[in-house]
Design a protein around this ligand. Sequence first.
Ligand code: CTP
Length: 446
Amino acid sequence: MTRVITYGTYDLFHQGHYNLLKHAKALGDYLIVGVTSDTFDKGRGKLNVHDSLMTRIENVRKTGLADQIIVEEYFGQKIDDIHRYDVDIFTVGSDWKGHFDYLQEFCKVVYLPRTKGISSTEIRNRHMLRMGIIGAEGIALRFAEEARFVSGLELAGIYETDARKDQEHYIAGMLQVREYEGLDALLQDVDAVYVAAPPIHHAAYIRQALEQKKHVLVEYPAFFTVREAEELYALAKEKQVLLFHGLKTAYCPAFQRLVSMAKSGMIGNILSVDANFTRVLGNQLQERCREASGGSMMALGEYPLLAFFKLLGLDFRKIAFFSRTNAEKKDIYTRFFVQYGNAIGSAGIGLDAKSEGNLVVTGTRGYIYVPAPWWKTEYFEVRYEDLNQNRKYFYKFQGEGLRYEIAEFLHCIRSHKPSAMLTAEESVQMARVLEQYRRQDNVESI
Ligand code: CTP
């Protein structure tokens, strides 16, 4: 009996997939089909796969061509599978020609002709989300560059106020996109917007976009006040569009794993979360303070708050802030403590300060240590009193990390569901803390 194996994502199952499976089956007597897991696809940079693993498996099963379906979960699994299933022939489409020659050591490798004119990417791109950028903050450029790694999104152009047309011009030139004269012109031309303006202008822009039924992805810090945040989420609901809070760490695969592990009791009950994020901005300080519409708390406060809310919940009792301010009255360094019923969060954030940027989650049985920069989590360790039990976990964090956020934004629009990775409630609670800080409620100078 000749045993054949082939692999694929099989997203939005199409004729090309069917033809490939038919030809693969004809190469032998028994066909094994490996379908990639979601984590494996994310890890190899294939973001924005539309169908769930179960749907993709089901579509392969329905062809009646596969004798066995397995899940491909890690790099190097193909060699293991060839041994495990006694495979004689490995096959894939000719788009992979040469790529799998290294398997010839273990079995025969056949590249089958690929069906012309169709692919999952092409089908995903048939329904492109047209997106406009509002505001020409530096992050807009990084956002656009990262968006290229997520299929299904097309950048229409950018709008910025007259005072900052130079910056708009520069970004539009770099991205080769249109510059819009007015906000209305941009809104009429797109399905969604990315708001990368100074936070002080967020609410007005978001409101205008939502009124016109456009989905909104807003960069952090998203909102200034609880009222503003609640009103805008309510408006998004009424207009049946998505209001999405962009804070990249929330959407990183490793950060989500870390949260799930900590919450599942791996380190016992969580007693404290300590998170630091500091930078020395030097002569960029003034500009960054202006862009963030404030100092350290506005510019960076949402990162530790994300860790606290994910790990300790939203029901904190009180917050105490300790700030060092500069001559312009901006906090260049703030330490703050969020007190819960039976746990505490502590953070050190600074725009003119440097400290170790790590995250430590202390539990009754052990702790999780995430080295700097924890907000771009790629690796963490779970440590115990008994060193033999310590474990290290590695995940991929590609590029600037914004691509995970963009992929989740598209996924939420498609599935008509808000993200569980950063909920509206968490977002409103972030606004509550920032509002308290701006009111100088329980802020002491150091
Ligand atoms: N395939 C094919 N003909 C096509 C598309 C895919 O023969 N027109 C084959 C691939 O070579 C591979 C298998 O189908 O052996 C599964 O491919 P997959 O990557 O899931 O499909 P694509 O449509 O190529 O997906 P994407 O555009 O996301 O890369």
